[in-house]
Write a protein that binds this ligand. Structure first.
Ligand SMILES: *[C@@H]1O[C@H](CO)[C@@H](O)[C@H](O)[C@H]1NC(C)=O
Ligand SMILES: *[C@@H]1O[C@H](CO)[C@@H](O)[C@H](O)[C@H]1NC(C)=O
Ligand SMILES: *[C@@H]1O[C@H](CO)[C@@H](O)[C@H](O)[C@H]1NC(C)=O
Ligand SMILES: *[C@@H]1O[C@H](CO)[C@@H](O)[C@H](O)[C@H]1NC(C)=O
Ligand SMILES: *[C@@H]1O[C@H](CO)[C@@H](O)[C@H](O)[C@H]1NC(C)=O
Ligand SMILES: *[C@@H]1O[C@H](CO)[C@@H](O)[C@H](O)[C@H]1NC(C)=O
Ligand SMILES: *[C@@H]1O[C@H](CO)[C@@H](O)[C@H](O)[C@H]1NC(C)=O
Ligand SMILES: *[C@@H]1O[C@H](CO)[C@@H](O)[C@H](O)[C@H]1NC(C)=O
Length: 372
């Protein structure tokens, strides 16, 4: 009897084996198909759908910032204070709508407050990814900017002031006839220009074919060794490929909305409270953490197996609540343990549905053994 049970367990495990090794994007996520002329593969992911997230403080992916700098460090007439009250979750009323529970566009709202009387610090908002091991990747965010003059909305990757990739929205530049995105790489080049990238080849102001303050659009940068390509709604807008200025170290991804009153950049502070809204963030990246690299090597048995590498779908227009693909939400669980977020137990334990399958199969095997 004991032998028979063991045999059945063995047979069940053997039959399940093919399902355990393939089809969970265990080798990573690719920009373009791996059969295309050029493509890039990234092993890890961070996906945040702010349409469904009711309270960001309960999401372990993000650290809400709370610090202040005086005007000297802020490099403007005013200092800045990041305050948690300026980071507001406004989830969607229902599935497939982009209207928030509090009205307006649903998503994560980042506020810059009107300056109070005698205040020396502008009250602003910032959230940083807890993962700080992001080294190369495809970073995407659905953002509705603001045209209330006097703020800077930023979606960026950051290590320090000489290793940084920015997509920035200066509300003073945005009106019915003008809506550019500011693209910046900060490197030793910026440092040698007194910390200002203006007038260097790693600063570009690119006009967009839509008004960024009217609705959500996707902003994306693909960072690879030696190049950074920028996209809006899946459409290429620019590539910076001077390897001397492209970051090489690991860092984190940041969402911020700020003002220091400096007329040469943010302008402002704004005359009324201003907000930008983030519908989602998706980061497919490689990790500088040797433990994560070992995890990848362990789980990725064969990169050529079906669905071992999953292609990241590219948008062909503005994001809508239904057309943005989240691997972490896929019914089939297109994600493997250790691939995702920092200490996000909820996601990591619910993702591999195959574990439930194994338990069920083992139970069935046990029951069959019992009956026999
Ligand atoms: C998700 O995984 C399933 C198999 O587990 C696969 O059939 C499907 O193509 C994957 N989806 C994506 C978007 O990669
Ligand atoms: C993906 O393909 C497009 C179109 O051929 C190309 O411009 C882009 O550089 C490719 N991306 C990567 C990461 O290879
Ligand atoms: C990311 O890491 C994987 C696994 O080591 C590697 O195959 C891939 O080429 C890396 N991607 C980039 C863009 O460096
Ligand atoms: C969000 O969650 C935190 C921690 O659980 C809680 O203190 C806070 O009151 C919640 N905020 C809202 C708006 O529900
Ligand atoms: C930023 O980090 C890089 C890599 O660690 C280092 O070489 C550089 O000196 C740092 N720059 C600043 C301004 O701290
Ligand atoms: C819109 O903004 C651009 C760039 O700042 C500016 O040149 C233009 O005069 C503005 N137009 C209007 C109608 O305010
Ligand atoms: C949401 O939209 C997607 C894409 O249009 C569709 O496939 C899905 O069935 C919709 N879900 C609901 C609950 O309406
Ligand atoms: C990978 O997952 C295993 C099992 O859940 C865990 O013990 C390990 O700490 C994880 N590795 C990292 C780098 O988080």
């Amino acid at each position: 009897m004991i032998v028979r049970v063991a045999t059945l367990f063995g047979a069940a495990a053997f039959m399940l084996a093919p399902f355990l090794v393939a089809a969970d994007c265990e080798c990573g996520y690719s920009v373009n198909k791996t059969t295309d002329e050029t493509y890039a593969v990234f092993t890890d992911l961070l996906e945040s759908d702010f349409l469904t997230l009711s309270n960001i403080t309960e999401d372990t992916d993000w650290a809400i910032q709370s610090w202040s700098v005086d005007k000297e460090a802020s490099k403007g007439p005013y200092g800045r204070i990041t305050e948690p009250r300026n980071v507001v979750s406004n989830p969607a009323k229902s599935t497939n709508t982009s209207e928030g529970l509090n009205g307006d566009q649903a998503g994560l709202e980042l506020y810059v407050r009107k300056l109070g009387e005698n205040e020396e610090h502008v009250s602003v908002a910032e959230v940083d990814s807890r993962r700080t091991d992001m080294r190369y990747g495809s970073f995407r965010a659905g953002i509705k900017a603001t045209d209330i003059s006097g703020t800077c909305g930023a979606f960026f990757w950051y290590l320090n002031d000489t290793q940084e990739i920015d997509m920035e929205f200066l509300s003073a530049q945005i009106n019915e006839t003008s809506s550019p995105v500011n693209l910046v790489l900060h490197s030793a080049l910026t440092e040698s220009h007194g910390g200002d990238a203006k007038g260097t080849p790693t600063y570009k102001v690119i006009p967009l074919p839509f008004n960024s303050a009217e609705e959500v659009h996707e902003y994306r940068f693909d960072w690879q060794p030696g190049s950074v390509s920028f996209y809006a709604d899946g459409k290429w807008i620019d590539t910076m490929r001077d390897a001397r200025y492209v970051p090489q170290a690991a860092g984190k991804v940041i969402l911020s909305h700020w003002s220091n009153g400096n007329p040469l950049w943010s302008g402002g502070p704004p005359a009324v409270d201003a907000k930008i809204t983030i519908q989602y963030v998706q980061a497919y990246f490689n990790s500088s953490d040797p433990a994560r690299a070992r995890d990848h090597a362990t789980r990725c048995k064969d990169p050529n197996a079906a669905n071992a590498i999953c292609e990241i779908p590219a948008l062909t227009g503005p994001p809508t609540p239904g057309n943005v693909h989240f691997f972490s939400q896929a019914a089939s669980g297109n994600m493997t343990n250790n691939q995702t977020v920092y200490a996000n137990d909820k996601k990591e334990s619910s993702a591999p549905r195959k574990s439930a399958g194994i338990v069920t199969a083992v139970l069935i095997a046990a029951m069959v053994a019992w009956v026999v």
